[in-house]
Design a protein. Structure first.
Length: 419
């Protein structure tokens, strides 16, 4: 089996390599290919990756290349984890929206739209090259904004599925609170990427969420930075990203008075690359846990194993997938983040109970924004950017949308030829 990671020079890649090494019985990869244009960084990450594989006695080969076409040739699956513009562009996404009093975040609101505009054309170009070099390969998208990028891939006819680590993070935390094996925990996880709620926590078919909220409600609320009384009243667990909607103005005040997350991540990355250069290092450093993306490796291994027929039976996993008739109030071609059966060459959403009005209204609004955002990414034009921002529930006012549009285009002229 040949697995290719586009964006393999990311400082987070050793987390993925560690997961592949630990779970080699689940997904026996013979060759792991890391593709990245940043050659010096790629060699540092690749070197550590090889040492991690050796430490676990993994028989596979890790190769690195700056040649995308060579890297994706003969791949069984291609994982996308790229960041167009790097942390510098992310830092801008997180700062200029604050000038208009809107949240600065790389996947939510105006910052997320900027990232989508930069990213979608690049991902689609990569996907076309995958299709030519390895027409049967699955594309697993971990590149944010996952929902919009996955929709772009699916609408272009690619064999693709989106992956996020939010669900597996909740599964692991809830399993620890309940003192059960994570494999026994199944979530009723519903919504859109970075806009989800946990409606049930099933352990051997029994919903343990009410007991979890009774015993650990305040702890769970602290994790997602929302009031404990709110979580108990809602009776569901929102993802951390709901804080940008439920406490928008509070978040803006906090962001205006603190360094950006991008600045902190850039600092972490510098330290990590220094560590990776040490040839004595043969395991992922503890500092990597501060980089984000916890449990991504486990989720990626499980998903690839199911996609490539390595599982003994059809798996149920939380993924980003075409809506179809999962939520009838959304267009069939919308992309939702829900549990799905994965196997037999297909990814099929499970039948879901209807969304409550409190959730459905926000999901509908953000889906409309994502549709307009994808149009802007594919076709360009100031008017399309403005309309996408006007549709976003965190913007929704003409004056705000105008100011954000001007700033978005000014900060992204190097990436958007039509800007």
């Amino acid at each position: 089996m040949r697995l290719t990671v586009v964006g393999g020079g990311s400082t987070y890649t050793p987390e993925l390599v560690d997961g592949l090494a630990r779970l080699q019985d689940v997904l026996p990869v013979e060759e792991l290919v890391l593709v990245d244009p940043a050659e010096e960084r790629l060699e540092l990450v690749g070197g550590l990756g090889r040492r991690i594989l050796r430490r676990y006695g993994h028989p596979g080969v890790l190769t690195t290349t700056t040649d995308l076409d060579a890297g994706v040739a003969d791949a069984d699956a291609v994982l996308l984890q790229l960041r167009v513009g790097g942390q510098a562009a992310r830092n801008e996404d997180e700062t200029w929206p604050l000038e208009c009093g809107c949240v600065g975040q790389e996947t939510t609101g105006a910052g997320g739209l900027a990232k989508a505009l930069r990213t979608v054309p690049v991902v689609l170009d990569i996907a076309e090259r995958v299709r030519k070099a390895s027409p049967d390969a699955w594309i697993v998208d971990f590149t944010n904004p996952v929902g919009i990028v996955t929709r772009a891939l699916l609408e272009s006819g690619h064999r693709a599925v989106g992956l996020c680590n939010v669900a597996i993070g909740f599964q692991r935390r809830f399993a620890a609170m309940l003192d059960v094996d994570p494999g026994r925990v199944r979530l009723d996880h519903v919504g859109l990427n970075h806009l989800t709620w946990e409606r049930r926590v099933l352990v051997d078919g029994e919903d343990r969420l009410p007991a979890l909220l009774a015993a650990h409600g305040d702890e769970i609320a602290d994790d997602i930075e929302l009031p404990g009384w709110l979580v108990r009243q809602l009776g569901v667990v929102p993802s951390y990203y709901l804080r940008y909607y439920y406490a928008h103005d509070e978040v803006v005040r906090e962001l205006r008075s603190s360094p950006s997350r991008a600045a902190r991540v850039a600092e972490i990355e510098r330290e990590l690359l220094e560590m990776y250069a040490d040839e004595r290092l043969d395991s992922k450093p503890e500092l990597l846990t501060q980089r984000g993306g916890a449990f991504y490796s486990e989720a990626a291994v499980d998903l690839c194993a199911a996609l490539l027929g390595r599982s003994t039976e059809t798996d149920v996993q939380v993924v980003n997938v075409r809506n179809g008739d999962t939520f009838p109030f959304l267009p069939p071609d919308a992309v939702v983040e829900v549990p799905a059966t994965v196997g037999g060459g297909a990814v099929t959403p499970l039948r879901a109970e209807p969304l409550a009005p409190l959730h459905a209204g926000l999901v509908s609004a953000v889906t409309a924004y994502e549709h307009l955002a994808l149009e802007a990414a594919l076709l360009g034009g100031r008017a399309r950017v403005f309309e996408a921002l006007l549709a976003h529930p965190l913007v929704g006012q003409v004056e705000l949308a105008e100011g954000l549009t001007d700033r978005l285009l000014a900060h992204n002229r190097d990436y958007l030829p039509w800007a």
